[in-house]
Design a protein around this ligand. Structure first.
Ligand SMILES: O=c1ccn([C@@H]2O[C@H](COP(=O)(O)OP(=O)(O)O[C@H]3O[C@H](CO)[C@@H](O)[C@H](O)[C@H]3O)[C@@H](O)[C@H]2O)c(=O)[nH]1
Ligand SMILES: [Mn+2]
Length: 732
């Protein structure tokens, strides 16, 4: 890949590589990481020895009941297992660089279809969705090779209306961007100052044009907002979003007098019928896959969530540096870009525990072992990879490419409607062997897993300037709902026949299976272990039972070492990826919070689905921002306005830990149990310190986002019940 040999493919001819892959940037990191892994492993082995030898002790000298001991031991084993799995995605991180200037000339670039999904105009404001559409239309790519499709699962008249307006606005916006070489081509981002470095472009003509286009943008926005406020239904007065025939419209079919060239823009709302499974986002993407197969049939596809706009317009060319490299192209399925967010508080990300490490660290690591997991949005995928070459066309009804002359779309549209009908997929391989996968709410993860298992590879590209920016939940409620969905989906795969540790190793590399397994297991395992660590040692402490070695015992050193080594490693990773001590504390806090709430409910949900007691549901996250909420978030304060169901377990645990810390300290000092109980008192202290925000929300804060006193009261009752139940466990 790195060799600068002369390569000749077809009529492309270039003497320099389109991209390089650096295995050595992280050399020092690798050395430290692997030596640390070894030492940590040895320490864990000692811990296991200590715990296990207890089981063989003579019954008479056993001071601790066996049940809590076994529970804590099991949790320690599970947590160590998770830590081992985590090594997979940290083993061999790589970094990639691309040279788009070496791409062949525009006329030789392949076509790209952009798929954007939206599902609910109330949670996903139409103006934002249209900004995503406009940013995709304005990608820096030959216009006749770019085709933008929007799937609207709500079939909302306002979205179609917005598309028509966006099309009109694009006729002004695209020429403006092209004329002045604008790079930030999402109008909202551009006008809110996202184009700082290009403002040196200060010719008077530019200033006049900019003011004019800004005025037009305001008008465009107003026009959409006014119609959505009026609850406009256009031509569809009695509309049912769960029961309607397919609607497909190709925008601006006829050539306009101003001769501005625009990419093809297509609105699709697939058919909906009650009692027909529609498979959420994967279903929507598969419909687009078929319709685009008829209208444009581009070999590459960019998938975007409606709230993920193209921030930097060159991403398509960057991705082509991989897809057009003859050395890797034949096995390359997709190029993944990171998910970054325009609305996160970079200095104090209180709601972020997984996303940051995933895109800053783990995807680089997986890139070193055949490629990152498909991440739902921001990826350029090869159309062919979604069609299993072993399956005959008749088995999944892939429409042939029918594309004819550009102004003959209207006749094609009627034909494509059948591709968007509910019955089209009956008895076919769609969602199972073909297209995006069904029967899960993490369609991205499962689709990626199956691609990798079929021998495809992926690459990860994370340029300094973010190519895509989205909207991230900035309040606890949305975060917990979103993560409950992910947990349910991931655990569902972990306990199905696609369990990466069983399904993976014979089909892909072992290390890669380990990386996938970490994601399939973490919600269930973290919820089991953290629920245990947050209650069992505390109950024992209240009963004066010791679970950890005495301070003077040499095994105490082992426990301390494992704890400190884990904290230090986490801290190093935070520094290494541009974070701080605050980042580490935040990540630990939200990790604990999620483990006892959404991981718990998500895992339960997955188990109930396996038992057939529940069906999949995909609640889209809310993308509407509330000023009060944003203010709290910017101040770094949690917003505890969420359901009691999610809040109560959390507060119960905090109350239990407060009680055990209080009683434990007294026992330690007054009753002289300092050496035996120190470990447990410290554990309670650590949990309380990491979750100080919750204590603050219960006792100090008076604002709207505090923990409601009613929840605190209810949780206090739960704690008493827990105590009563706990004393039974302690007897054995
Ligand atoms: O029935 C549905 C439900 C959702 N969507 C769209 O799917 C996208 C993702 O939904 P969102 O509510 O934003 O969920 P997130 O949790 O933010 O999404 C993450 O997780 C999803 C899987 O759970 C992935 O599909 C996404 O790419 C990933 O960003 C949005 O564009 C929705 O409009 C549909 O098209 N149809
Ligand atoms: Mn989203």
């Amino acid at each position: 890949m790195n060799s600068r040999i002369l390569r000749k493919t077809g009529n492309m001819d270039y003497s320099f590589p389109l991209h390089t892959c650096d295995y050595n940037v992280h050399k020092l990191y690798n050395i430290i990481n692997r030596s640390h892994a070894l030492i940590h492993c040895i320490a864990i082995a000692f811990l296991v020895y200590y715990r296990a030898s207890f089981l063989f002790q003579n019954l008479e000298i056993r001071a601790t009941p066996i049940v809590p001991w076994l529970l804590v031991f099991t949790s320690e084993l599970l947590l160590s297992f998770m830590w081992l799995l985590g090594l997979g995605s940290r083993w061999r991180p790589v970094c990639r660089t691309v040279f788009p200037e070496r791409l062949p000339e525009d006329s030789k670039l392949p076509g790209i279809d952009v798929f954007i999904c939206t599902a609910d105009p109330d949670k996903e404001p139409t103006v934002e969705v249209m900004n995503t559409v406009l940013s995709a239309m304005a990608l820096d790519y030959p216009v006749e090779k770019l085709h933008v499709y929007l799937s609207d699962d709500a079939g909302a008249a306002i979205t179609l209306h917005g598309m028509r307006e966006a099309w009109k606005f694009a006729r002004r916006w695209l020429p403006f961007c092209r004329r002045y070489g604008i790079k930030t081509r999402c109008p909202n981002a551009y006008f809110s100052g996202g184009e700082g470095e290009y403002n040196h472009h200060r010719s008077t003509q530019f200033i006049v044009d900019k003011e004019k286009i800004q005025e037009e943008y305001e008008k465009f926005k107003e026009c959409i907002m006014r119609t959505s406020e009026n609850g406009w239904h256009g031509e569809r007065s009695s509309w049912n979003r769960l029961n309607h025939s397919p609607i497909i419209e190709v925008m601006g079919d006829t050539l306009q007098e101003d001769n501005v060239k625009l990419p093809l823009l297509v609105y699709v709302s697939r058919e909906k019928m009650p009692f027909y499974p529609h498979h959420f986002k994967a279903g929507a993407l598969n419909v687009l896959l078929r319709i685009s197969g008829v209208l444009s049939n581009s070999p590459y596809i960019l998938v975007l969530d409606c709230d993920m706009f193209c921030n930097y317009s060159t991403s398509a060319r960057l991705a082509m540096c991989f897809h057009l490299d003859p050395n890797i192209s034949s096995s390359l399925a997709f190029v993944q870009f990171p998910q970054m967010f325009r609305n996160v508080n970079l200095s104090n990300r209180i709601y972020d525990y997984k996303i940051r490490p995933v895109f800053k660290l783990q995807w680089h690591g997986m890139d070193g072992v055949n490629g990152p997991i498909l991440s739902g949005t921001n990826f350029y995928i090869k159309r062919d990879s979604l069609f299993d070459s072993h399956i005959h066309h008749e088995d999944y009804y892939q429409p042939g490419s029918l594309r004819t002359v550009a102004d003959d779309y209207s006749s094609l549209v009627e034909d494509t409607k059948v591709l968007a009908s509910c019955k089209y997929e009956d008895d076919s391989k769609w969602g199972d062997k073909v297209g995006f996968m069904y029967n899960t709410v993490v369609e991205d993860y499962l689709t990626g897993l199956k691609l990798h298992c079929r021998g495809w590879k992926s690459v990860y590209l994370s340029p300094a300037k973010p190519c895509f920016l989205g909207t991230s939940p900035t309040n606890l409620n949305d975060l917990l709902i979103q993560n409950t969905r992910w947990s349910s989906g991931l655990v569902g795969i972990g306990i199905s026949k696609f369990c990466p540790l069983i399904y993976g190793p014979s089909r892909m590399s072992f290390l890669q299976s380990v990386c996938y397994a970490e994601f399939a297991f973490f919600p269930l395992f973290y919820c089991l272990t953290l629920c245990c660590f947050a209650t069992i040692p505390q109950l024992c402490l209240l009963g004066g039972i010791s679970l950890y070695p005495e301070v003077s015992n040499s095994f105490f050193l082992i426990f301390s070492f494992i704890f400190i080594s884990d904290v230090v490693k986490h801290l190093c990773e935070c520094f290494f990826t541009g974070g701080s001590i605050q980042t580490m504390i935040n990540e630990r806090t939200i990790w604990m919070i999620m483990s006892v709430t959404c991981y718990l409910y998500g895992s339960l949900d997955a188990i109930m689905k396996i038992l057939g007691l529940r069906e999949d549901s995909f609640l889209p996250t809310n993308k509407v921002e509330d000023d009060d909420q944003v203010k709290l978030y910017q101040m770094g304060k949690f917003n505890f306005q969420t359901s009691t169901r999610l809040l109560a377990p959390l507060v119960t645990i905090i109350i239990l830990n407060m009680a055990s810390f209080f009683v434990g300290t007294i026992r330690m000092i007054v009753a002289g149990g300092f050496y035996e109980l120190f470990g447990q008192v410290f554990l309670s202290f650590y949990i309380l310190a990491m979750n100080y925000s919750i204590i603050e929300g219960m006792m100090i804060r008076k604002d709207k986002g505090r923990v409601p006193p009613s929840v605190t009261l209810l949780s206090a009752i739960f704690s008493v019940i827990l105590l009563a139940l706990g004393s039974i466990i302690l007897m054995y």
